[in-house]
Design a protein around this ligand. Structure first.
Ligand SMILES: [Zn+2]
Length: 455
């Protein structure tokens, strides 16, 4: 079933034509390249670590398929850990530009994939991706997450034309890379609830096919974090598959909506602030997303205990911030360049007066449906925390270098950065956001009970 899902997803993908996932997948790299890029030369791109992991068999496979090499493999240094900085995109792009008729075959985990994707995209060239770890959902997505001037941004560029994911290579990857892939994937749980919410409120309809792409393999892939942490090949293969399916869902939607909700927005805040970018190795996307997922599920748990029918709508509408007040809050809480980039997005979803009244009435009207659809989609914050611990990922904000007050404040930044409608926005619309966060951090609230990591 799983294989047919990925085949079906590839058949309908707009940018990715072929995916080889499984045992001995590296052997298929040459054939895929020759099929997808007839007559083109190859530039194998890797860093010293990823080349050691898979470079030899990839080169051998390309040679066996009769692919012409433009040059010997281009290797970035392995130390310090390569990070997805725009300067590295420029280095690769300038190297690739004069090589006529040449297509990149990147042998890479998340960061170098993003570098190769954007460098190729800026030159209007396709590329082939060989995944060396199950570490991200971004292999098959369109767009690259790249740091520029100290903070991360997402640039539009096409997904790879073909993807190779070899189970043995991914199972042999450093454990932290696999754990980070789990952190990226588990956010699809509350992200699904955020999408259901937006669907119920008529903000953003669910596309059933895209929903199936991201959600159908998700539960099974998340079910055995202990085995993933132990390096189990079967479970790591499921993790890689589910992350690739998530990427294909974003490719199909041309949006990250299917795979990214409020939990990802915590990570976006920290990425825009440059948190952990200068660490060695840099703090990974999936580690931040994992912590954001706990936070999102904690908010969801509190949200589903609300009874919107008891809300004093007149009071909430009267107390709602004006656009000016919202802009002021945005500039107070966010760094200036982040505030200016975010303001148009949050003003686009900001409601006041009769529009806000209608939204609250709609939430009240749809509440039973929201609860009955979201509750079975969600996992408890404790469950998320336990699974992250089992897989070997950071499972408490302090484990990613967040001091307590900064973590608490992040909750108030999340509603200010993106137009995407999530649980955070519903709580804000209901005038309940600040009380819910206060409750979570009170001594008997979820975070009040978890001020230090569980043993
Ligand atoms: Zn992600």
């Amino acid at each position: 079933m799983a294989d047919s899902m990925i085949e079906q997803a590839v058949a309908t993908a707009t940018q990715t034509n072929a995916i080889e996932l499984g045992e001995n997948a590296l052997d298929a790299a040459g054939r895929l390249f020759a099929e997808q890029f007839p007559g083109r030369r190859v530039l194998v791109v890797a860093d010293e670590n990823t080349f050691a992991a898979a470079g030899g068999p990839v080169v051998a496979s390309l040679e066996a398929a009769g692919v012409e090499f433009a040059e010997p493999p281009y290797l970035f240094p392995g130390v310090p850990t390569l990070y997805a900085g725009y300067e590295n995109v420029e280095v690769l792009r300038e190297h690739l530009a004069p090589l006529a008729d040449t297509v990149v075959c990147s042998v890479a985990a998340g960061s170098l994939n993003d570098i190769a994707k954007l460098a190729s995209g800026e030159l209007g060239r396709p590329y082939l991706q060989v995944c060396t770890a199950a570490s991200v959902d971004g292999y098959a997505s369109f767009g690259a997450s790249i740091a520029k001037d100290g903070f991360k941004i997402t640039r539009n560029c096409p997904a790879p034309v073909a993807i190779v994911a070899d189970v043995d290579v991914m199972a042999a990857a450093p454990a932290r890379l696999t754990a980070t892939g789990y952190g990226d994937l588990i956010e699809k749980v509350p992200a699904g609830a955020d999408w259901i919410l937006a669907d119920e409120l008529g903000v953003e309809a669910i596309d059933e096919y895209v929903w199936t792409l991201v959600q159908s393999t998700l539960r099974d892939a998340l079910a055995r974090p202990d085995l993933i942490g132990d390096g189990d090949r079967t479970e790591i293969s499921k993790l890689a598959e589910a992350n690739i399916m998530s990427g294909l869902s974003m490719q199909a939607m041309e949006s990250s909506r299917p795979a990214s909700g409020a939990g990802h927005q915590f990570s976006h805040v920290w990425e825009m602030e440059g948190h952990g970018l200068d660490w060695e190795p840099p703090l990974s996307h999936g580690f931040k997303v994992g912590i954001g997922t706990i936070a999102s599920c904690a908010m969801w748990e509190a949200a589903l205990e609300l009874d919107p029918a008891t809300i004093d709508v007149d009071r909430v509408v009267a107390a709602a911030p004006t656009a000016d007040e919202l802009a002021r809050r945005c500039r107070q809480l966010l760094q200036p360049r982040i505030a200016e980039a975010s303001l148009p997005q949050i003003l686009a979803k900001h409601l006041t007066g009769d529009a806000l009244r209608a939204r609250i009435e709609l939430i009240v009207d749809r509440w039973d449906a929201i609860r009955s659809r979201c509750a079975p989609q969600l996992l408890s914050p404790q469950d998320i925390m336990d699974r992250l611990r089992a897989v070997g990922a950071p499972h408490h904000p302090t484990m990613i270098g967040m001091d307590w007050e900064r973590f608490r404040l992040t909750h108030f930044k999340v509603p200010l950065i993106r137009s995407r409608y999530t649980v955070v926005d519903m709580l804000s619309d209901l005038g309940a956001f600040e009380d819910v966060i206060e409750g979570l951090f009170a001594p008997d609230g979820f975070w009040g009970r978890h001020q230090t990591p569980d043993a």
